[in-house]
Design a protein around this ligand. Structure first.
Ligand SMILES: Cc1cc2nc3c(=O)[nH]c(=O)nc-3n(C[C@H](O)[C@H](O)[C@H](O)COP(=O)(O)OP(=O)(O)OC[C@H]3O[C@@H](n4cnc5c(N)ncnc54)[C@H](O)[C@@H]3O)c2cc1C
Length: 379
């Protein structure tokens, strides 16, 4: 998205992707915002939409079901095709796209990033590319940010460790996303069922890994699928981690900017990061276009990116990082109590359905034991 916008603004950009094919293999549950939100970034193409979502269902450990009809709340993507569509738009706008080319180091001059060293996997050759600015959009690996000293390896408490199957089965939801909670299902996280078209769904789970390691995400998922969808056929497997931590102190340095998961821009509570990465990229491109036009890509010139992000999406990330700490330490019994209150909880008509923190806060007031536990997190 950064390459698309900078190329459209007339700047030369090169996009490096270490894998041979853009977007593949998919490392994502693929559920994201709605068509209107996506259309702000690129024209909708039915080829990369697998399913429309019209409802959400949360299943408490004891089996209580909270269901809400949310027409058009989001879509489940075909992430492979979606990422390829983005790369095609970048190419059409004039950017150069180089798959199978891995950034292996940064070129630094006088304390500023002056470009990258790249390995072309096909030829085995390494080469340098100098640039006025380097954008680290390299996801959870975030080697660019680590080399520049903006990020570090994420600790166990900072990540969701996830495993997912694309399954084929009967009785899968068609347009409802499902979230399952409970320590025996996904300790420190949740399991999800995201429809991918008739008879198909991404079924996965993310947990907070612990050194004691009760069971691996794959073992937990095998148990979940065997219990919930016996006889399901597994069509694809995804293993990966996603960031569940606070925003970075700074996402910029002299000649460098980070975006997307590399900048910890995803929602720490859910682990979701597609929409936030697009938001971050659009904001980054605006700030970069201005900085490049003035010929100054120093950290101070890029600072507005930090400021705008902190004022917009960044503040929700802080809130969700606190919610994550709170939620995932609750016992199954406490989750069941909370679900019972939430089930009976009807918020005023006209409330913004996205303001889940407010809904939760009001619900928590009705569960005395939890009000105390949540006091530092929500107020
Ligand atoms: C199992 C799982 C399920 C998820 N489910 C969802 C979901 O349902 N909804 C949602 O919104 N989010 C979900 N996420 C998170 C989501 O996938 C990420 O937040 C999102 O992809 C971030 O986009 P990005 O562009 O920042 O990074 P990525 O999509 O990870 O892209 C980074 C790219 O950089 C490439 N790269 C890395 N290092 C280098 C290098 N040195 N040189 C060149 N290229 C490099 C990688 O190969 C990759 O293609 C999930 C994540 C996982 C692991």
């Amino acid at each position: 998205m950064v390459a698309i916008r900078l190329a459209r603004a007339g700047f030369k950009s090169i996009l490096f992707e270490k894998r041979p094919r853009i977007g593949l293999p998919v490392r994502c549950g693929e559920a994201t915002g709605n068509r209107t939100e996506l259309a702000r970034f690129l024209p909708i193409d039915e080829k990369w939409i697998s399913a429309d979502i019209n409802a959400a269902r949360l299943i408490a450990p004891g089996g209580r079901i909270l269901e809400r009809s949310l027409p058009g709340i989001g879509v489940v993507l075909d992430r492979g095709r979606f990422d390829q569509a983005l790369a095609d738009l970048a190419r059409t706008a004039g950017a150069e796209v180089r798959p199978d080319n891995e950034v292996i180091d940064l070129i630094e001059e006088n304390g500023s990033v002056a470009g990258v060293r790249v390995r072309d996997h096909a030829s085995g050759r390494s080469y340098q590319v100098r640039a006025a600015v380097t954008v680290g959009a390299d996801g959870i690996e975030c080697s660019v940010g680590r080399r520049a000293g903006l990020t570090r390896h994420l600790g166990l408490a900072d990540i969701h460790s996830a495993f997912q199957y694309l399954i084929e089965a009967d009785d899968l939801p068609l347009d409802t996303i499902e979230f399952y909670t409970g320590r025996s299902i996904a300790p420190g996280g949740y399991a999800w069922v995201f429809p991918k078209g008739p008879g198909l769904a991404n079924v996965g789970l993310g947990i907070q890994p612990s050194p004691a390691g009760v069971a691996s995400p794959q073992e937990l998922l095998d148990r979940f699928v065997a219990g919930r969808y016996p006889g399901a056929r597994i069509r694809a497997t995804v293993a990966g981690g996603t960031s569940g931590t606070k925003p970075l102190k700074t996402m910029v340095a002299d000649g460098l900017l980070l975006v997307g998961e590399a900048a910890h821009q995803n929602n720490p509570l859910s682990g979701g990061g597609i929409m936030n990465a697009l938001e971050g990229a659009a904001l980054a491109a605006d700030v970069l276009a201005e900085a490049l036009s003035r010929g100054d890509t120093g950290a101070r010139a890029l600072e507005p990116y930090n400021r705008h992000w902190a004022r917009t999406v960044g503040s929700s990330i802080h809130k969700n990082a606190r919610l994550r700490k709170f939620f995932y330490q609750l016992s199954d019994h406490e989750l069941d109590d909370l679900a019972a209150v939430l089930q009976g909880f009807t918020h005023r008509s006209g409330d913004n359905v996205q303001d889940y923190a407010e809904i939760l806060k009001n619900a928590l007031m009705k569960v005395p034991g939890l009000v105390w536990k949540a006091r530092k997190l929500l107020w």
